[in-house]
Design a protein around this ligand. Structure first.
Ligand SMILES: Cc1cc2nc3c(=O)[nH]c(=O)nc-3n(C[C@H](O)[C@H](O)[C@H](O)COP(=O)(O)O)c2cc1C
Ligand SMILES: [Mn+2]
Length: 492
């Protein structure tokens, strides 16, 4: 029987792709974080980094970072062909999302669950036994959870959510977790706290990257990320029942904790270098988890996805997946003729571009407002730019050209006020966080006179091909002759 997919089978596949880099001897205190940021930023194809022999820890205890910054690894993880480029991936993923049918995970017995290879309960729990990195220099502590699943259950109807919400180490048996208002795990936690009850939580810190990916994007309300990931794979994910909370945990997770958060019990969380490129949420009192049990595989691998400024590309997978999700949701809302959607990689959620073929008055406005407020686009957005179909939205220069020449600020910018933001928004002052505003910019040709809009002056594809062929000497990168002459006419 082939081995069920987990992080270790994924690593074998990534190694076969030639995208795994082992690193020995890097320190958990800032060095692993710095190597992660710099490889992501500087290398065209950042490899997954598997840190071994981490000082102060047993040699087999490892940290894995840079899981998904390449389209190939994203395709591998989602079961799509690995030769797709960015556009091809978005198109293929959009189709997969459209067809996706969630499927129940399968529960396996504890002895079939490698996560229980090592078990610690009560006083025996020591989270400092794991090589938890300090990722960025100004972080308020060591963050064990950056590529994790925070697993909770709806107190009223029992559905299970798994979201990636960061987890900070307070001491060997306590962690803090930060969930932005509005996220599904936050709603679950609040249900227990409102009832004056402890909220049971299980957290996995190293798992099949398909589960991690599911936990970072907007799986619909009421749908468990386990069911969603099972649907993506077309095969049920294997879960085991957590002995303390009864919550399902990934059976082959590398590291899992179980515990509870008590209403009213908080400790200072943060600051933490966030995906916006800032420490915007600073530090605040946040709920604490009293950890009652720790399980891990032999030679566990702690996964890390520390965020950096968006241009570092560490969260590129999020922008690609989100582009496809917004596109599908705009179409599902009934907006026709959407040509493309792009969450811009330099700014992430803050900057969304959408191109349409205008069919009727108001079409552009409709597309942009829906893109700004659909589930995948609503949280922490800022600008939505809508352009015509002749503008290539993968070329930022083209987008800025359209913005500069087809929008008239006095009439083409709408502002939506009091939209869904949160503590991470850098430009909102600390005492006003929660809401922000959105600019919806219509950079399409005005519908009423679009057919009379000034003609675009650009060489046609036919003329360009003909001229480039006839004058090929002139377009050589190197070795251009001193004088380029028209070639002799071809005689019949
Ligand atoms: C690497 C990474 C770290 C994240 N950390 C947090 C976090 O600390 N808190 C938070 O509220 N959302 C965080 N997010 C965003 C959520 O994971 C995302 O909004 C997800 O959809 C939440 O799950 P939910 O839809 O089940 O609420 C993070 C995303 C990524 C990719
Ligand atoms: Mn969810």
């Amino acid at each position: 029987m082939t081995q069920p997919p987990d992080l270790r089978t994924w690593l074998e596949d990534v190694e076969a792709l030639g995208q795994l880099q082992r690193v020995r001897g890097a320190h958990w205190d800032l060095e692993i974080g710095a190597l992660t940021e710099l490889t992501c930023t500087k290398l065209a194809t950042p490899p997954a980094l598997l840190f071994e022999d981490i000082p102060d820890y047993p040699p087999g205890y490892r940290v894995l970072t840079n899981l998904l910054p390449t389209v190939q690894r994203l395709a591998l993880t989602t079961g799509l062909p690995t030769d797709l480029d960015e556009r091809g991936f978005i198109a293929a993923w959009r189709r997969r999302l459209g067809e996706l049918r969630p499927m129940d995970p399968v529960e396996v017995s504890p002895d079939e669950a490698p996560v229980f290879e090592n078990r610690f309960e009560g006083d025996a729990v020591d989270l400092t036994s794991l090589p938890v990195p300090r990722w960025h220099a100004q972080d308020g502590g060591r963050y064990i959870g950056t590529a994790n699943l925070d697993i909770t259950r709806d107190r009223e109807n029992g559905w299970v959510n798994a979201g990636t919400y960061r987890v900070m180490l307070h001491d060997p048996r306590h962690v803090g977790f930060f969930i932005s208002p509005g996220k599904q795990g936050r709603v679950h936690r609040t249900q227990y706290f409102d009832a004056g009850e402890p909220c049971p939580v299980a957290i996995s810190f190293g798992e099949d990257p398909l589960l991690f990916l599911a936990a970072t994007i907007d799986v619909p309300n009421g749908v468990s990320e386990y069911a969603w990931a099972s649907g993506v794979r077309g095969e049920p994910v294997r879960v085991a029942r957590g002995p303390v909370t009864g919550l399902p945990i990934p059976a082959a997770a590398e590291i899992v904790i179980e515990g509870e958060a008590l209403p009213g019990e908080t400790r200072t969380e943060g600051p933490f270098g966030e995906w916006t490129g800032y420490y915007a949420s600073a530090s605040r009192p946040e709920p604490v988890i009293r950890v009652k049990a720790l399980y891990h595989r032999d030679n566990p691998i702690l996964c890390g996805a520390p965020p950096f400024k968006p241009s570092a590309k560490a969260e590129r997978f999020c922008w690609l997946l989100r582009s496809a999700a917004i596109w599908n949701q705009v179409e599902a809302a009934g907006v026709p003729d959407v040509q493309a959607v792009r969450v811009h990689p330099a700014a992430g959620r803050f900057f969304v571009i959408i191109s349409i073929r205008q069919r009727y008055p108001g079409h552009a406005k409709q597309a942009a407002h829906v893109a700004s407020q659909c589930r995948a686009g609503a949280y922490l957005g800022r600008y939505v730019i809508v352009v015509d179909e002749d503008v290539d939205i993968y070329d930022t220069d083209e987008v800025l050209w359209a913005l500069a020449t087809r929008s008239e600020p006095a009439t083409d910018i709408d502002v939506i006020r009091r939209a869904w933001s949160g503590p991470l928004d850098p430009v909102i002052p600390a005492d006003q966080k929660g809401f922000n505003s959105r600019a919806i910019v219509d950079a399409t040709k005005p519908f009423e006179w679009k057919d009379q809009f000034p003609m675009v002056s650009v060489i046609s594809a036919e003329q360009r091909a003909a001229v480039e062929a006839r004058w090929s000497q002139l377009f050589r990168a190197e070795g251009r002759p001193a004088i380029v002459e028209a070639p002799a006419p071809v005689r019949a």
